[in-house]
Design a protein around this ligand. Sequence first.
Ligand SMILES: [Zn+2]
Ligand SMILES: [Zn+2]
Length: 214
Amino acid sequence: MINSQTRVTPGEPASFEDAALFHGHVCPGLAFGYRVARRALEECRKGRAEDEELVAVVENDACGIDAIQVVTGCTVGKGNLILHDFGKSVYTFFLRPSGRGVRIAIQQFSTDTLDPGLPALSTKVRDGEATPDEEAEMLRRTRGVVDTLLRIPDDELLDVTQTTVTIPEPARLFTTATCASCGETVAESRARIRDGKIVCIPCAGSYGRGWGKE
Ligand SMILES: [Zn+2]
Ligand SMILES: [Zn+2]
């Protein structure tokens, strides 16, 4: 893996449909992520230096992250999307090397108010208790909620603050070690020591309760 290069070049960003295709379905979470990503691009393109590279730090691992990957080009695989599983709807985007960026938090917003009957219908579909007609209705109404979310003004949906972040080390190639327990290779940066031997995290974890955990 060579380090990512996602430049914030002007041009037409990916559409919501592109994000839905990648994600596999249309859902409110994806719409929120799409809105965040579009705003992030807008903010980060302002007065950027030529060779700045975009990095995303996301604080949840939910549906919206897929829209962020498609629209911003920041991906887990490239190492320019850093995922903190904090369960928060907060997203920070910054440019490397300047560190100039923006923090975007989704405002408290209940999609239930857009279609109060939809959650019950969705549950019915998820539990396999819906008729084909009800399932079609659920998809249609979900699309309605999503269309609304895609149209709401930014200031009713997002809290945006300018920020400058301390740059984390870029993703790099780590040498690998061999786990003394299972015999599989493991990135040296993720290896653990058990009884003086190099082991992988799953093998270290099986050693005992709470042992070897980060
Ligand atoms: Zn989803
Ligand atoms: Zn192992």
